[in-house]
Design a protein around this ligand. Structure first.
Ligand code: FE2
Ligand code: FE2
Length: 249
């Protein structure tokens, strides 16, 4: 007879989380991530994809990625990036990836193995006291409102979760530390402090993952001390010499 598991024993088991962003799948690619996804499925319990999954948000690009995702036998969770919006059909791109088994986070939450995943694409706006505020022309106010609205999605998804361990997935960077390495002139277009502040308001966030800043740094922290990892492919390849990040949660 099997002994009864201790209360909370399942929640204590570490989850092996593979993470990668900025796949930028193009129409001319053939099975670009098939072998990688098959290997990840052997090494990890969950795969998180941090946006810019396609190059221009074209449906043929999404279908090429969807085809490769079907060999990934572990749960896949992810967000879209700005490139996935380029053709004006992010809903269609999300639907194709969802049909291939990816849990697309856009203000929703998802739980696997006792770990909650919260996320959305996120948006830009800048960091710290230099973050753009809603003052002046209607265009500026609309821009700031887009950043506020996107951050509300992140807040909503975090509020849905009741797990002790939470992972946040976005495309844009919630802290400045992981965009360092990019030209300082474009920091404000790489993410926003709003998301970092939201992450710090919730207990149990073990790490935040993002992409987008191809020339940024791998590791940073929110002001509250939550580890932040920039898993954009070029960063992983160049700084760590790996094809994907593997993080125990
Ligand atoms: Fe990208
Ligand atoms: Fe991007």
């Amino acid at each position: 007879m099997n002994p009864s598991p201790e209360p909370g024993a399942a929640a204590a088991r570490p989850l092996r989380l593979a993470a990668i962003g900025d796949l930028h799948v193009g129409e001319d690619m053939r099975q670009p991530y098939r072998d990688l996804f098959a290997r990840i499925a052997q090494e990890a319990d969950v795969l998180a994809l941090c946006g810019d999954l396609t190059n221009f948000g074209k449906t043929p690009e999404a279908e090429i990625l969807a085809e490769d995702l079907r060999v990934c036998t572990i749960p896949v969770v992810g967000v879209l990036g700005n490139h996935d919006y380029e053709c004006g059909q992010p809903g269609e791109v999300a639907r194709i990836l969802h049909d291939a088994g990816m849990h697309v986070l856009d203000g929703e939450a998802f739980e696997i193995g006792g770990v909650g995943f919260a996320g959305c694409k996120g948006f830009i706006g800048g960091y710290g006291r230099h973050m753009l505020s809603a003052f002046g022309e209607p265009e500026i106010k609309a821009f700031v409102q887009a950043s506020v609205d996107e951050n509300l999605k992140l807040e909503t998804s975090l509020r849905m979760l009741r797990t002790e361990r939470i992972v946040v997935v976005t495309h844009y960077a919630p802290v400045q530390a992981t965009v360092e390495g990019e030209p300082p002139e474009i920091f404000a277009f790489l993410g926003s402090t709003r998301m970092g502040e939201t992450i710090d308001r919730f207990e149990g966030v073990r790490c935040a993952l993002h992409g987008h800043a191809h020339r940024g740094a791998y590791e940073g922290r929110t002001p509250g001390g939550v580890p932040v990892y920039n898993v954009a492919r070029p960063v992983l390849n160049r700084d760590l010499g790996v094809e994907y990040a593997l993080i125990e949660v």
